[in-house]
Design a protein around this ligand. Structure first.
Ligand code: G16
Length: 544
């Protein structure tokens, strides 16, 4: 086999977003497009030469082709060994675990997460550093800078290799280990949670649950852990076969895209517990019988009850949430007297805090929760946390969350997304908002007095790096907030996210409809940003 040096020219759109480079499949299929980005990774990560790489993806359309290309490029770039998921499949949290476990020099994860898959849909690629976490901004900036100057890439001349059977072989001078990551991941979960207790709980209460793998990567992991190890009845895991197009659905675990699952929790025959994960297995949605747990509340409940879970029985060092995530966890941290960090959106911002031991738990409103066990958010981990908690408390999901609200107050929370809007209109809306921020403080709207209004900037307390322009925050004296941000994960036009939060301390008012409670803030957001006037949209595309 020979190493080919292929001439190429830079593409001008290879800047990674919130979580890696995400584009339409057809963009990635252009000659040299994927190769350029991968070569930029190898050129900027010299430790990969002579080192180990973990490689896999969420199984979406183009995953297999991309794996074959990356394997041949890794061999040509002097990587010593690659651990590749069987069938090219690795969930994002499993990949993070393997990088850490095998002390690899990094990982390449192929995923566009919750975005749909198929020839006309989305694909993505990201690099994870040796701590198992998504590359921090200084690394993604270096990769992006390199994509702008590339003139060639290296690739081994050769045939496709078999990635469907667990085996070890040589590709050029590089060792390839094709393995099934389900068992390694399940082992880690058994170290963190009390599997015996959950199994007995399932048995003794005839617990009825469903886990929706959404035809995505968590199917095999969930079947093994929930049905085989914990004894949930066969069929408890639904949509368990990973498919390249996710069965034609959005593999996005929320109330809009997991309606089949939500219906299973409703009415007299509704199950006790249901959960879903996304394309690459890092997100989670938690449901009880007739009850939805917001991701922000889920994080707060976890923090408040962490010591009931084996992994945290010695307590937690601190917590972190992304800026738009509700402040529910802040009050738990106050009561526990541990620090609470507010970071920009993007799991990469939790990495330093986790590495430094500053936090044990972290989460985001975008259906992500995780801990120091890996450096990615982890969907099945969150499900197991909740199952362990239910087994210890013997209460329903709804009872646990309602008791939490009574103690800490309830943060009503909603996110309104305006997807696929014109990019120029979105930029104009954000610019106008920014220009008006200075005059807002002290103003009163419908009884809400503005206490701060800013464009969120974050200084990492560990390495001092500064991240600016992370979203507009308008905070009110009564604890309510409105936040405006443009998504960094979309592949078409722009997506405006409006995050709304309001604190209700009075338990007598904890059972109201969220959208009704938020109506005054929703109207205020429209008034402040002129969404309809600038984007032409009079309603959000998705409400979560
Ligand atoms: C990614 C990031 C998350 C972020 C989410 C939404 O999740 O890892 O940290 O909250 O995107 O980002 P945005 O609001 O910019 O679209 P995932 O699950 O897509 O990898």
């Amino acid at each position: 086999m020979t190493v080919l040096t292929v001439s190429t020219t830079p593409f001008d759109d290879q800047k990674p977003g919130t979580s890696g480079l995400r584009k339409k499949v057809r963009v990635f299929q252009q000659p040299h497009y994927l190769e350029n980005f991968v070569q930029a990774i190898f050129d900027t990560q010299p430790d990969l030469k002579g080192g180990m790489l973990v490689l896999g993806g969420d199984g979406r359309y183009y995953n297999r082709e991309a794996i074959q290309i990356i394997l041949r490029m890794a061999a040509a770039n002097g990587v010593e060994s690659v651990m590749v998921g069987k069938g090219g499949i690795l969930s994002t949290p499993a990949a993070s675990h393997l990088i850490r476990h095998f002390e690899a020099q990094g990982g390449i994860i192929l995923s566009a997460s919750h975005n749909p898959g198929g020839p006309d849909e989305d694909f993505g690629i990201k690099f994870n550093t040796p701590n198992g976490g998504p590359a921090p901004e200084k690394v993604t900036e270096a990769i992006h800078a390199r994509t702008k100057t590339l003139s060639q890439y290296l690739i081994l001349n050769g045939e496709e290799v078999d990635i469907d059977s667990p085996q070890q072989f040589q590709l050029g001078n590089m060792g390839v280990d094709v393995f099934d990551s389900v068992y390694a991941y399940a082992e880690l979960m058994q170290e963190l949670f009390d599997f015996d207790r959950i199994r007995n709980f399932f048995d003794s209460t005839h617990f009825r649950m469903r886990f929706d793998a959404m035809h995505a990567v968590t199917g095999p992991y969930a079947r093994y852990i929930l049905e085989e190890l914990l004894g949930a009845p066969p069929g408890s895991v639904i949509n368990a076969e990973p498919k390249p197009d996710f069965g034609g659905h959005h593999p996005d675990p929320n109330l809009a895209h997991a309606q089949e699952l939500v219906a299973m929790t409703q009415g007299a025959r509704g199950v006790d517990f249901a959960a879903a994960s996304d394309g690459d297995g890092d997100r989670n949605m938690i449901l009880g019988h007739d009850f939805f747990v917001t991701p922000s509340d889920s994080l707060a409940v976890m923090a408040a009850n962490a010591t009931l879970i084996p992994a945290f029985n010695g307590g937690i060092s601190g917590v972190a949430r992304s800026m738009p995530t509700s402040q529910a966890v802040d009050r738990v941290a106050d009561m526990l007297e541990v620090p609470c960090f507010e970071t920009p959106t993007g799991w990469k911002f939790f990495g330093n805090l986790l590495d430094a031991g500053e936090i044990s738990l972290c989460g985001e409103e975008s259906f992500g929760t995780g801990s120091n066990h890996v450096r990615e958010k982890d969907g099945l981990w969150a499900v197991l946390f909740w199952l362990n908690l239910l087994a210890v408390k013997g209460q329903s999901v709804a009872d646990i969350v309602r008791a939490h609200w009574r103690k800490y107050g309830r943060n009503y929370y909603t996110r309104h997304d305006y997807e696929g809007i014109d990019k120029a209109a979105a930029d104009k809306l954000m610019k106008q908002l920014k220009e008006g921020l200075g005059s807002l403080v002290g103003d009163e709207f419908n009884g809400h007095r503005v206490s701060y209004a800013d464009d969120f900037a974050y200084t990492d307390p560990v390495d001092g790096s500064v991240s600016k322009n992370q979203g507009i925050r308008i905070g009110f004296k009564d604890g309510s907030r409105i936040i405006f941000r443009l998504s960094g994960t979309g592949t078409e036009g722009a997506t405006l996210r409006v995050y709304l939060e309001s604190l209700e301390p009075d338990p007598a008012k904890h059972n109201q409809d969220t959208q009704a409670v938020m109506r005054p803030l929703i109207e205020l957001a429209e008034m402040l940003a002129n969404i309809k006037g600038i984007t032409g949209r009079d309603a959000p595309t998705v409400i979560t």
